[in-house]
Each structure stands twice: as structure tokens, then as C-alpha cells.
Ligand binder design. Structure first.
Ligand SMILES: *Cc1c(COP(=O)(O)O)cnc(C)c1O
Length: 233
């Protein structure tokens, strides 16, 4: 569910400010888009600034850095999203400290997260990462692998499979950017139909392609640079 956000983004890049102001002004409609503030390699002070403006969802990619920030902001009600590559030896901490994981790219990782999700917490919200352009250097299921293994993933008891995530190949033309996002949307619709599910999330769109992602039905855009500036370190 999208929360009402009153943040204005007028201090940042005009084009992105426009797109973000549009979504943050929206009510809870079927076209509601949630902003995930990607705070990796940005300071806790910046997280607190956006929190004070009403932002509640923050995304991190590196576990050690994330755990320190989670500890340092224990006084806040942040929804933490893990969006980086998940190594098997990191699943226990991820299952304990995060509300969402967007980057589940193997059945083995899904099994471990389900097994290790603490009993006193609600099921872990999951997006399955799809390698939508079949790029060698990127992780994620191919559409074909996902079709084959999907039944095993949705059977895992301590996960709530919310939808799909992708990081498409970098393209400068909006028409080209949209094609990859449209394929991800079609795959979600197909899986929902085939398995009689109601997955509600397409985690797609970053600073460079958020308008295209929104045009193709993104429900969560993951924005770092356009919000916080260039990353530190
Ligand atoms: C870093 C990162 C982002 C944010 O990227 P920006 O280009 O800074 O907006 C989004 N998604 C993932 C998976 C990332 O690793």
C-alpha cells in the first residue's frame, strides 16, 4: 500500500522532480507508485532528513552498511528493503532485519530466507529478480527458469511473493526503456494468471529510467542518485 507522501522534490533535477512530484502527490489508486529511497552509500543524516519529510521506505544494497544504519535508526519506523545481491551466508541477517527483499535471484536463496525468517515476524515480502535482458553480468532468473521454478517458490511458507524486480539494460531512448519494463509486466501477469495469484508489485525504475517504468506500470521505483545526489565513497 502506498503511503501519502508530501515530500516535494523541487531542489533536484527538474525532469526527475516532475516525475517524483507526480507520484508523491497521488492517492491510493491502482496507479499508485511507491518511492523507495535508495540510501546505499549515503549517510544516516540524509536518511533522517527524508524521514522527517515523511519518507518511510529505504533501500540498501550492502548488508554490513545496512545493519549499521538499521541500528543507528532504531528510534525510527523505517521499512527496510534489501535490494543488493544476496549471498547465502547473508540470508539469516537479511531475514531478521528487513521487511522486503527485492533481489531474490535463486530458489536456494528463497528457501533460506523462508527457513530463517523469525517466527515472531510476519512473512518476508519478496520480489523475484528477473534478468529481463538476459545479460551475462546480471543476476536474476530468466523468464524460462522462473516459469519452471515458480511453483516451488510460492510454496515457501515464510515468504509473501509480492512481485517481480528487474534492472534492465541501460538505454537512453524512452521507447526502448519501456520495452523491457513491458516484458516484466507481462511476465507478472502471466504468472498471476497461471498460478491464480494476486502479486501486486513491479519493482522497476531507477534515476535514469523512472518515467518509462512508471508509464509501464511500476509500483515501486528505486531512486538513489536523483534524491540524494552522487553516492559517497
Ligand atoms: C543503486 C540501486 C538503485 C538506485 O540507483 P540510482 O541510479 O542511484 O537511482 C536502484 N536499484 C538497485 C538494485 C540499486 O542497486
Amino acid at each position: 500500500m502506498m503511503s501519502h507522501q508530501k515530500i516535494r522534490f523541487d531542489h533536484i533535477n527538474q525532469r526527475i522532480a516532475q516525475a517524483l512530484n507526480n507520484i508523491s502527490g497521488e492517492c491510493e489508486t491502482s496507479s499508485g507508485v511507491k518511492l523507495l529511497a535508495v540510501s546505499k552509500r549515503h549517510s544516516v543524516e540524509k536518511i533522517r532528513q527524508y524521514y522527517a519529510l515523511g519518507q518511510r521506505d529505504f533501500g540498501e544494497s550492502y548488508l554490513q552498511e545496512a545493519l549499521e544504519k538499521i541500528h543507528q535508526t532504531a528510534d525510527l519506523q523505517i521499512n527496510w528493503h534489501f535490494i543488493g545481491p544476496v549471498q547465502s551466508n547473508k540470508t539469516r541477517d537479511i531475514a531478521c532485519y528487513f521487511n522486503w527483499v527485492h533481489s531474490v535471484d535463486r530458489l536456494k536463496i528463497a528457501r533460506r530466507l523462508s527457513d530463517q525468517r523469525p517466527a515472531e515476524l510476519p512473512p518476508l515480502n519478496i520480489c523475484i529478480q528477473v534478468n529481463i535482458d538476459l545479460e551475462e553480468q546480471k543476476s536474476g532468473f530468466s523468464a524460462e527458469q522462473l516459469r519452471q521454478q515458480f511453483a516451488s517458490i510460492i510454496a515457501l511458507p515464510r515468504l509473501t511473493i509480492r512481485g517481480l524486480m528487474a534492472i534492465p539494460k541501460q538505454q537512453t531512448e524512452m521507447a526502448e526503456q519501456r520495452k523491457a519494463f513491458a516484458r516484466l509486466r507481462a511476465l507478472k501477469d502471466e504468472l498471476n494468471h497461471h498460478h491464480k495469484l494476486h502479486m501486486d508489485t513491479l519493482s522497476m525504475g531507477m534515476s535514469g529510467d523512472l518515467e518509462a517504468a512508471i508509464a509501464e506500470g511500476a509500483s515501486i521505483v528505486r531512486i538513489g542518485t536523483a534524491l540524494f545526489g552522487e553516492r559517497e565513497g
